[in-house]
Design a protein around this ligand. Structure first.
Ligand code: WT7
Length: 604
């Protein structure tokens, strides 16, 4: 979509500088010098495939360490204090690289038993548990492609993603399996249920079997029987790595497929942006259902042999602080919305915990507002550093680096080996401080390989010759800092999660009372944006608070809680163009109580 005011000049938002730590010991010493000389090729020698020609992510992130000096180093610390029927005292576990080599080998055998082969897609629909990580590693081992599904997804979201990816096997559990509409997924051959024996047995007695045409396996039972050694299936650099479904402004969610070679980008950005070192205890708060949780919750940090913390369960400020203290976390990767949620709990709580172990913090997902930055700096002594990137870019692109001072509010500078810029609608770079399309010169290692089965969507990103078009607007200042300004399209970022208005609208019109629906993001203090829906009702229904709640709940139950509208306004009709496109510009104006502007293309 065109940026209307591409000639608009921006006044710099702030001139306050955040200074780098006094002790300048960052992995990336001299950004400017490195930016001039760095070549991606130089990173390839970090990987065993450089010598052997045999590629597989699981070898580079697990086996390589398990066969060497990091064999007994803890790769994964897992903590979920919430008590359940199966784990009455919660879970508090450690897995070394060798443990993960063995368990992912066992799981590889289970997958082979289900008939999984190289290139097959295997969906993983599990809460954040060690089994989720082991499943993903096992899928890599047999050369298949994991499709992680965020545990909050409900039936419609699960159905869309499973049928688009044509997954042959799904790894899930008894609690979540009810949201998998097996009868509509006849490409499924196997279901692996991750449940303690007793629980799944007793559940299964009075429950329907998960799927009547596929083979159903019990994870723990099968793992016990399987051998703990399995050589990875060797792949090529271009073979598939992972598919993450993400939203666009139109249509259903799209499957972003990455390639094995992306590991080159994961490793180097983890070294220079996350600044990971041998003795770090690293905590990435993202779920592997989202790209941050794989690129920087699995691939990058483990390619460097780092120790990672994973916290299970729901958000709780107290538990987050406690986790930092419990593990003496040194590097923390989280999101503005989480920082604001911690902030909302007040200053007393963090004082009860020792947070002094932290030496570096990064942030992703939406702009980090100055108040959140200052607040996190006040409680930890460390200022969070911006990282801008996308599901499609696969790795960090624009960042603030630990060895550089940065301007408060600026998104940062391009990672060495990438070139990010701001262009007009024809792809011509604009003058400093001019708003335009945020683009990146194509050709970095982690750029997506394709949009699964959708070449037309893929091609849309590369309309401007030589550039990857992000869909964000931004400007570059005279000092070379890039400042994120907003989305150019209608994609909504709510609590850091990307939601497509079309998916929500499609869910809304399934409700019997809804005739038409239009969805926008409404600015919000804590969540960045909330989802707001404008709805026209079918004859026979009248507006009420009760109906609002019922409709919101309907989306919650069918799509996902994070995609449900937090605000609903009833209108007689929804503004549309002659071709039937919802005019979200008008909805936004309605929401803000502003004049609607030129509506000459509207229907009525
Ligand atoms: C969109 C991509 C890939 C990590 C998680 C998000 C927004 C991301 C920033 C940032 C301002 C940001 C952009 C981008 N975004 N990071 N540091 N400052 N905005 O991935 O869900 O694919 O979303 O998130 O709008 O296009 P995603």
């Amino acid at each position: 979509m065109a940026i209307k005011k591409s000639s608009q000049t921006f006044i710099q938002k702030s001139s306050e500088w955040i200074r780098k730590p006094k002790k300048s010991d960052a992995n990336l010493k001299d950004y400017f010098k490195t930016y001039q000389s760095f070549r991606w090729k130089s990173v390839e020698k970090e990987f065993d495939w450089h010598k052997t020609g045999k590629v597989n992510m699981v070898h580079e992130i697990i086996d390589r360490h398990a066969q060497g000096a990091r064999k007994n180093k803890v790769a994964l610390y897992f903590w979920d204090p919430a008590s359940t029927q199966v784990y009455p005292r919660g879970r508090d576990e450690k897995y070394t690289f060798l443990d993960l080599k063995k368990s992912s080998s066992r799981f590889g055998h289970v997958l082979k038993k289900c008939g999984v082969k190289k290139g097959d897609r295997v969906a993983v629909f599990l809460p954040r548990t060690p089994e989720l990580y082991i499943s993903i590693l096992g899928i890599h081992r047999v050369g298949a492609i994991p499709v992680p599904l965020f545990e909050a997804f409900m039936e419609t979201a699960v159905l869309d993603r499973l049928s688009d990816s044509q997954a042959s096997v799904i790894v899930t559990n008894t609690a979540l399996k009810g949201r998998v509409p097996f009868e509509k997924l006849n490409h499924l051959k196997g279901v692996i249920l991750v449940d303690e024996l007793e629980v799944s047995r007793s559940e299964n007695q009075d429950n329907e079997p998960a799927c009547d045409f596929c083979d159903v396996y019990n994870y723990f039972e099968e793992m016990k029987l399987a051998s703990e050694s399995l050589e990875p299936v060797w792949l090529n650099k271009d073979d598939g790595l992972v598919i993450h479904y993400t939203s666009g402004s139109t249509g259903k969610s799209k499957g972003v497929l990455h390639r094995q070679y992306a590991m080159v980008g994961h490793l180097q950005t983890s070294k220079w942006v996350l600044d990971l070192r041998e003795d770090d205890i690293y905590w990435c708060t993202a779920d592997p259902g989202w790209v941050t949780g794989t690129s920087y919750g699995i691939y990058g940090p483990w390619s460097l042999g780092a120790s990672s913390v994973v916290l299970g369960g729901r958000f709780s400020a107290e538990r987050w602080y406690e986790a930092i203290q419990k593990y003496s976390v040194t590097v923390w990767y989280s999101a503005p919305t989480a920082f604001r949620m911690l902030m909302a709990q007040g200053k007393t709580l963090p004082k009860k915990f020792n947070l002094k172990s932290i030496r570096h913090i990064c942030s992703v997902g939406e702009p980090l507002n100055p108040e959140a930055l200052r607040w996190i700096r006040a409680i930890t002594g460390v200022a969070p550093h911006e990282t801008w990137w996308m599901t499609e870019t696969g790795m960090h692109i624009i960042c603030n680096f630990r060895s550089l001072d940065f301007k408060l509010g600026a998104t940062g500078r391009p990672f060495p080996g990438t070139y990010a810029s701001v262009v007009d609608d024809k792809g011509k770079e604009v003058a400093p401080n001019t708003l335009g399309n945020l683009v990146v010169k194509t050709g970095w290692p982690s750029l997506m390989k394709e949009i699964w089965k959708n070449k037309a969507k893929f091609d849309e990103y590369f309309e401007l010759k030589g550039w990857y078009k992000s869909g964000d607007s931004a400007y570059k200042d005279k000092d070379g800092f890039i400042w994120f300004a907003g989305r150019v399209d209608d994609v909504i970022k709510t609590a850091g999660e990307r939601v497509g208005p079309f998916e929500v609208e499609s869910a809304l019109i399934q409700h019997p009372a809804v005739a038409e629906a239009g969805v926008i993001g409404k600015p919000d203090q804590v969540r960045g944006h909330i989802i707001k829906a404008f709805i026209s009702l079918r004859p026979g229904f009248s507006p009420s608070d009760h109906l609002k709640a019922e409709i919101a709940d309907f989306v919650k139950k069918n799509l996902a809680a994070h995609a449900a509208p937090r605000e609903i306004d009833f209108r007689d009709s929804i503004p549309k163009t002659r071709s039937g496109k919802i005019m979200r510009r008008v909805l936004r104006a309605w929401d803000q109580g502003l004049p609607v502007g030129d509506v000459s293309t509207m229907d009525e």
